[in-house]
Design a protein around this ligand. Structure first.
Ligand code: BGP
Length: 464
């Protein structure tokens, strides 16, 4: 059978500025929370590899864009690092950053690869974090200024903009589960941070739509379908619905429908955790929803009714309302500890079609991080990552099914282009179509999956 996709389907991959560019002498970049955290606590990072080098995209972007061509990219997402463009978060613009991002955008377009540009990928400028980061309303104002500067500088050529990547992750990582700076555990602050992020997104969308630009603007969300252990057990179903409200619908509803889910509001109200708002905010969020939605999909969330009485913290936590359920027989990616459940991507598309007006969308990340890929290098020096090709096919079959049933899905971007720096996991797990050799000046070699993806993109589909 041939799985055929529309002729204008977007094929490509996603990266982020902080995970690929590196920090270079005299590049004028200011510190972000990642630079600061690494300085304070290098041991928190796998093998103590920090954000200074990453994959050296800053100097190797031309070579990388050629490799993108060879791996079938017609589109590519990266992010503009706020701390590179505006080192203090507000104020002076770093002209070296303007030159760099201009060069990258121009080089992509010259090679027929459409740039998709995201404005925030977990990388708060340290100067703003010191003043509270997303806890502070001033950061929302600063972010909107940053967004407007980006639209002015690059909007003549960039026609796909995204306000945030996975906005729930800095809330979880920074304020609940301690895997992002500032690593505190405080649900009240987490709610405020989430609220300010949602507001910042709506305000950036408003600014874009009010400008004379003619592209589209959206948001990228990691949607983790929330499955109850037993669909016939009301307590499991209720627990799964709460997890869905907190981790998915918080940003999905506010971004696509312009309103926060009523069950989430009730839950925060009951524990006196509603965020501080200002008059006019909710109307602004209502009137400035996304044109397009990026969906990052890695894993489902399996939930059962609360059984244990373990408390993760003194104060309230999301986990007070549910327990995680380890489904017997689930397929795992042991390197990342994430379940692989291909059908999840189809369930997301169905949900968007049935409950979110079939919003125009694309898969903006999907991928498989594997440790020790050197084991799979063949005599020609190529990583034979057949498991990644299988992973791709397994998901694409379900995406195809969604398409056939009328889902408004426009493309598929893999995480990621070249192996990159995965935050605290640094270079532990490799995700790329292109291998990066850390011992040989970050030398790049296309993996077997990269060639497979090239064929897929050239044929707009695959035979099975
Ligand atoms: C997503 C992020 C990416 C990327 C990816 C893989 O959540 O948007 O930045 O890192 O996950 O996850 P990890 O790097 O943690 O293995």
């Amino acid at each position: 059978m041939k799985y055929e996709f529309p002729s204008d389907f977007w094929w490509g991959s996603a990266v982020s500025g902080p995970q690929t560019e590196g920090v270079h002498e005299n590049d004028g970049k200011g510190a972000s929370i990642w630079d600061q955290w690494y300085q304070e606590d290098p041991e928190a990072f796998f093998d103590q590899v920090g954000p200074e080098e990453t994959s050296l995209f800053y100097t190797k972007y031309k070579e990388d864009i050629q490799l993108m061509k060879q791996t079938g990219h017609n589109s590519f997402r990266t992010s503009i690092q706020w701390s590179r463009l505006i080192p203090n978060g507000v104020g002076e613009v770093n002209q070296k950053a303007v030159e760099f991002y201009n060069n990258v955008i121009d080089e992509l377009i010259a090679n027929d690869i459409e740039p998709f540009i995201n404005l925030y990928h977990f990388d708060m400028p340290m100067a703003l974090q010191e003043k509270g980061g997303w806890e502070s309303r001033e950061t929302v104002d600063a972010y909107v200024e940053f967004a407007k500067i980006c639209f002015d500088l690059f909007g003549d050529r960039v026609k796909k903009w995204f306000t945030h990547n996975e906005p729930i992750v800095p809330v979880e990582g920074g304020y609940l589960y301690q895997f992002h700076y500032p690593n505190i555990v405080n649900m009240k602050k987490a709610v405020q941070v989430g609220y300010h992020t949602a507001l910042s997104s709506a305000r950036a969308i408003k600014a874009y739509h009010e400008s004379d630009q003619d592209g589209e603007i959206g948001i990228i969300l990691n949607l983790t379908p929330s499955y109850p252990r037993d669909e016939n057990n009301p307590e499991d179903v209720k627990a799964a619905k709460i997890a869905d409200a907190i981790f998915n619908r918080s940003f999905l509803d506010s971004s696509v429908k312009g309103e926060f889910p009523s069950d989430l509001i009730e839950l925060f109200d009951e524990i006196d955790h509603l965020p501080v708002t200002e008059p006019g905010d909710l109307e602004l969020i209502k009137n400035n929803t996304v044109d397009i939605l990026g969906v990052n999909y890695y894993q489902p969330r399996r939930i059962k009714a609360k059984e244990s009485d373990t408390k993760l913290a003194d104060g309230p936590m999301p986990d007070d309302y549910f327990d995680y359920y380890e489904m017997p027989g689930r397929k795992m990616n042991p390197h990342r500890g994430w379940e692989i459940y291909e059908k999840g991507v189809y369930d997301i598309l169905t949900n968007l079609r049935e409950n979110y007006g079939n919003i125009k969308c694309f898969i903006s990340e999907n991928g498989m991080g594997v440790e020790g890929e050197e084991k799979f290098i063949n005599e020609d020096g190529q990583v034979e990552d057949d498991y990644r090709i299988e992973f791709l096919k397994d998901h694409l079959r379900y995406i195809h099914k969604g398409l056939e049933e009328g889902s408004n899905i426009r493309g598929y971007h893999m995480w990621t282009c070249m192996d990159n720096w995965s935050w605290m996991n640094a270079y532990k797990n490799r995700y790329g179509f292109i291998a990066v050799d850390l011992d040989d000046n970050r030398k790049r070699t296309i993996k077997k999956s990269g060639y497979w993806f090239n064929e897929l993109s050239n044929n707009n589909g695959f035979n099975d």
